[in-house]
Design a protein around this ligand. Sequence first.
Ligand code: AKB
Length: 337
Amino acid sequence: MPRFTLVTGAGGEMGHSMLEAFAQRGDRAVVAVDLSALQPEQAAHCHTVLQGDVSDPALVQQLEQFDFEEIYHLAALLSTSAEKFPEKAHNVNVNGTMGLLMMARRIGQRTGTPVKFLFPSTIAVYGLPSIAAKAAAGRVTETQFCEPITMYGINKLYCEQLGSYVSDHMGQLTEDMSVKYVDFRGVRFPGLISAFTVPTGGTSDYAPEMIHAVAQGKPYACFVRPDTRIPFMAMPDGVRAIMELADAPATSLTRRMYNIAAFAPSAEEIAAQVMSAYPDAVITYAPHERRQAIVDSWCADANDDAARADWGWKPFYDMDTAFNDYLIPNIANVYAG
Ligand code: AKB
């Protein structure tokens, strides 16, 4: 009997890397879902590929035939897209998640094994009230400053709580609560930087956009101020983090949502790193007032002590190695064709 894993948003930035990581492990049958058709080399990694919207009940019904052991629910509208289409974002980010959580619950009831539901949350759940408060706060813990100012941050924060509720409290007045159907776990990702894909629709996109533009010999006008600081991480660490959290024994976990962190550079520190690899790079600053305000509300850095203590989280890449060993060499290959 194959060990079924569902990956939603499989064609997105993280899905792309995750399908490859699962293919390398070779230990499961992946059912992939995306709004768009997957590229043939990605589809080749999967047992089944379905195209559709995660908030569509007909798609969920189709998925429910599989006895999933794990669900990686990556599909979402990111922060900038969600501000442009807030109602759509709520539907995909919240209703889509609720539909899949309920599906996971029914599968858990059917199979007698709790379904692990892996949820990528984000630093967008934070809402620092001012730049001074942000600087003073430094590395924020999971419970501090959870007052997001974006639709995306609000959606993710609510879904964190929804997942915990479905795991721990749903059925509390009517069911035997010693039986578990869903084991919800999640990480709050910083901005992720991949050598192979460029994100769309996020507000942390300035870092990956900068390096990918420069690697193609294009000038880059950064949409935030040089002193803007938020946490970032190399994509392989992000993918590994959520897979390691999935593998952690439930008994070692003291919470359902964990911060993870790697490095927290300012935009000008990112630019300096890019310039050291590409000395002719043309990087300027043209702050977009509204996107700047969003990034200013996010934490300068995240405190990931709980993840380190509970499941041994540790980033492989710091800022220097992320650029020198992962990003620069791989991006050079990508654009050399
Ligand atoms: C975004 O910019 O919306 C995302 C995020 C920080 O979650 N990359």
